[in-house]
Design a protein around this ligand. Structure first.
Ligand code: NAD
Length: 264
């Protein structure tokens, strides 16, 4: 299928590694120009070089900005030019008992996971509506629906993203702009790799054993019983980002390995 992405420009927040990096790479492979982002200039530069090496001819550039800092986000939006596709991917997660989650933790999670997408959408949605074309995609999570008891703060930010995404989609009525959410399931990004390696280390077992145990005890409803690869998430995101997905608007699309037991 030709995804017709040549000539489109995308901005992917939090894309120096993990799912965001895979989305950036796949958009580049499909011919889009991509602006990537991470917290430091060094990490952004390294990721740009890797993408140029992995995708010959890639039109890729990058801007550092920390989404926990409003001034840095303001500076970022002032620097960014025209964007056709906005992927709100930057996000943090961390298991913590509810009683130990402080006000500061709650605010940090909302700033990075929720306000990041709000600030970027506030900047880009009016421009997309003015030119009558655009795509906004929120990278939420299966944890938006299956609130994990070990990180309620995280789950709640992911549910909020769904509400914002659907609300913004209402503002696109009758236009060629769409706003959707993609809900990955447990996915083997660098962030999750670290988390599972730590779990394996602590228990003196291999990564494969830790993965098996994770799905048996913490995600028993998963139908694939393994972590998804970042590319498997990126495939769906790049489809939604493309002109060929025009009839999909206001949706929450799952790439969750079947972990959420819903039939629609
Ligand atoms: P990751 O930790 O591997 O990568 C996160 C990226 O976000 C990195 O590039 C990091 O630099 C960036 N980032 C983090 N904090 C930032 C900040 N304050 N400012 C700017 N950038 C920042 O994570 P991942 O697993 O690839 O997750 C990406 C997205 O996918 C997140 O929104 C996450 O909630 C969502 N998600 C992940 C999984 C999973 O199992 N990996 C499952 C469901 C949803």
């Amino acid at each position: 299928m030709d995804l017709q992405l040549t000539g489109k420009t995308a901005f992917v927040s939090g894309s120096t590694q993990g799912i965001g990096f895979a989305i950036a790479k796949k958009l580049l492979q499909e011919g889009a120009s991509v602006i990537i982002n991470g917290r430091s200039q060094e990490r952004v530069d390294n990721a740009v070089i890797r993408l140029q090496e992995e995708v010959p001819g890639a039109r890729v550039s990058g801007f550092p900005a920390d989404f926990s800092k409003a001034e840095e986000v303001k500076h970022l939006t002032e620097q960014l030019g025209e964007v056709d596709i906005l992927v709100n991917n930057a996000g943090i997660f961390e298991p913590k008992a509810f009683v130990d989650i402080t006000d500061e933790d709650w605010l940090r999670f909302y700033e990075v996971n929720v306000l990041s997408g709000i600030r970027l959408s506030r900047h880009f949605l009016p421009k997309m509506l003015a030119k009558n074309w655009g795509r906004i995609i929120f990278i939420s999570s299966e944890s938006a629906i299956n609130i994990p008891e070990e990180m309620i703060h995280y789950g709640s930010t992911k549910t909020t993203q769904l509400a914002i995404s659907r609300g913004l989609a209402e503002l696109t009525k009758g236009t060629n702009v769409t706003v959707n959410s993609v809900l990955p399931g447990p996915t083997k990004s660098e962030g999750v790799d670290e988390f599972v390696s730590q779990l394996a280390n602590d228990k003196g077992i291999t990564f494969a054993q830790a993965e098996e145990e994770f799905f048996k005890t913490m995600r028993p409803t998963s139908l694939i019983q393994r972590f998804a690869d970042v590319e498997e998430i990126a495939n769906l995101v790049v489809y939604v980002a493309s002109p060929v997905s025009a009839a999909t608007n206001g949706s929450s699309l799952r790439a969750d390995g079947g972990v959420v037991k819903l039939i629609i």
